[in-house]
Design a protein around this ligand. Sequence first.
Ligand code: HEM
Length: 213
Amino acid sequence: MFLSKLRQNWLLIACHCVGLLPLAGLLPAWRAIDPVKALTQHTGEWGLNLLVASLAITPLYWLSGWKALPKLRKWLGLYGFFWVCGHLLVYIGLAQAWDWQAMVWVALKKQPYIQVGVLAFVLLLPLALTSSDGWKARLRKDWKRLHQLVYAIIPLSDLHYYWAKSSKLNTSRPMLFAVIILALLLIRLPAVRVRAAKIGNQIQNWRRSRKNK
Ligand code: HEM
């Protein structure tokens, strides 16, 4: 009974493990020479990784036809949100020591990359709050429209990442993310999507014919 449940849900279990994996990096980050910086970077990078992973689920589903995949989209997005909340908490609580006045002045007036981060977070908040099936049923078409905000949130998050790194002339990772995000957005254009679906069908037919041999 337990083993069969495990076999049925292994992908979802793996998804929860990936979402919680960054917990393992918290202690080493805390013990780093600059723990606040290490924690900000660790939580920020995992937040973005998981948000991008959730954006990749739909194209992967079109290509593979794997019915278990769409279930993961919500969880990856929620884990992404969870780590972004941790990122924000580290910044407000540890980096700025809850000094709201200094935070608003220095961060918002002098550091535009913080403004972009705040904008991405504010846009992400309603998506996380309405991610349940109950809200999906209540909002119907508006739910889909609201959740299309993710197409702005993820590029904004990467812009924030790029900007945070640009002063240190270390932009190769945010640039790589930009290419991946652009590809994941372009594949959603109707003309590209039709081609992707066709390629997906060919892959699935090929897999079926191999299975029947
Ligand atoms: C969706 C929202 C956000 C995402 C995905 C995100 C992600 C990231 C990433 C990936 C980095 C670069 C980490 C690195 O250097 O390796 C970063 C840096 C940073 N973020 Fe965010 N962030 C978000 C929102 C915010 C907000 C709202 C704040 C503060 C109000 C913030 C404050 C910072 C700071 C201070 C850094 C620089 C860390 C350093 O000194 O290197 N972020 N963020």
